[in-house]
Write a protein of this length. Structure first.
Length: 335
């Protein structure tokens, strides 16, 4: 068993400092130590995977490396009594695909603490349509609701709306009865976002304030921000009294300039979202919502499928900000 060979996308650094990606054969005994060996059926592509696949040292320090922060599959071998051979499981985040060989390989070996049984009512493939992108959208909305933002409070803004986190945010918020205003840089994504339930789709310039004003007209009861930078700064200044913005991403820019007035005059809140180290208790709760009450009716419309061999083009697309929805990787497709 431990000699079995499998396919994986391997990223290597060349002598002239480029990073090249190739599907290679690896052996199971090369995988890191861990209590649970999982045969991976599906993975998914997140922005962070694309960074890892292109040599971003902030995400992955050591190469050669197999990215993939998400994986769903079947337990092949377990040294932990909580998991038995044949169990359908889900592993997402922690160090998977960043420090540890990830879901872009047909097998992963991980600590039992990272493994979750597949929620009831969800298939292995559906778990990866959601993946970290869908989970982070739900996590952001879960935190806005904990803050007390309700559908009657007013409009909710979603930035980076056509991306993985953004599109799930639009879909789940609309399902829960919120009025959603989606911000997208892609005019071609308007119909996709309206079908997901957005009431309005605006261009990025609608949340790009470049004045020195400390406060702008209060428009949003809540904001799911996935991009950072000036859009996050503008969103904070445009919150209604008592509103909240969740911050999970930095595709636009990691830095932003703000001032104290939205916080001290309007009592707004900035809520940080970290899905990577989020506790297993919260994780199970949110995955349970995604499998049940918050489940989107037309999950398929949010994803395209690809294989390891065809993943490269999607990595380039997401790096260029051109992704739409989610990309599911079928590890055993096109074998
Ligand atoms: N904190 C966490 O735990 C966590 C978890 C998951 C993801 N994230 C982060 O969340 C962000 C989104 O992830 P994702 O997987 O959804 O990525 P994604 O699928 O690439 O979506 C990002 C979207 O942002 C918009 N965008 C791209 N470049 C932009 C720019 N320069 N300025 C403004 N908008 C831009 C684009 O949407 P439009 O064309 O529609 O504008 C793009 O589709 C990433 O930064 C990721 O690292 C964080």
């Amino acid at each position: 068993m431990e000699q079995e060979r499998f396919k994986a996308l391997v990223v290597r650094q060349t002598s002239d400092n480029r990073f090249v990606r190739k599907v290679e054969e690896r052996s199971i005994d090369e995988l890191p130590a861990g209590e649970v060996l999982v045969k991976v059926n599906y993975s998914s592509l997140n922005y962070k995977d694309a960074l890892s696949a292109s040599g971003n040292r902030g995400v992955t320090k050591r190469y050669p490396h197999t990215p993939g922060i998400d994986a769903s599959g079947v337990v092949e071998k377990s040294d932990n009594p909580d998991f038995l051979k044949g169990d359908e499981v889900l592993v997402s985040c922690y160090a998977l695909g960043m420090k540890v060989s990830g879901g872009f390989g047909q097998y992963i070996r991980v600590p039992a603490a990272w493994v979750m049984k597949l929620p009831m009512g969800m298939t292995l493939r559906e778990a990866m349509i959601y993946g970290t992108g869908g989970f982070t959208a739900a996590h952001s909305i879960y935190r806005l609701r904990q803050h007390g933002v309700t559908p009657t409070d007013g409009k909710i803004l979603v930035t980076g709306a056509s991306g993985g986190v953004g599109s799930f945010s639009v879909g789940i918020l609309a399902k829960l009865g919120y009025k959603v205003v989606a911000i997208s840089g892609k005019s071609s994504a308007k119909q996709f976002l309206m079908e997901l339930g957005a009431q309005e789709v605006l261009g990025r310039e609608a949340v790009q304030d470049n004045s020195d004003r400390a406060l702008l007209k209060g428009k949003w009861a809540g904001v799911v921000d996935t991009v950072g930078g000036n859009m996050l700064a503008t969103a904070i200044k445009s919150l209604k009294y008592g509103g909240a913005v969740t911050c999970c991403g930095n595709v636009a820019e990691p830095e932003f300039k703000t001032n104290v007035y939205p916080f001290i005059l309007r009592g707004v809140s900035l809520i940080g979202i970290d899905s990577a180290e989020c506790s297993m208790t919260v994780r199970k709760k949110i995955w349970g919502l995604l499998a049940g009450e918050w489940r989107l009716d037309d999950l398929e419309s949010l994803s395209v499928d690809t294989s390891l061999a065809e993943l490269d083009g999607y990595i380039e697309k997401i790096l260029a900000g051109q992704g739409q929805g989610r990309v599911v990787v079928d590890l055993w497709g096109n074998e």
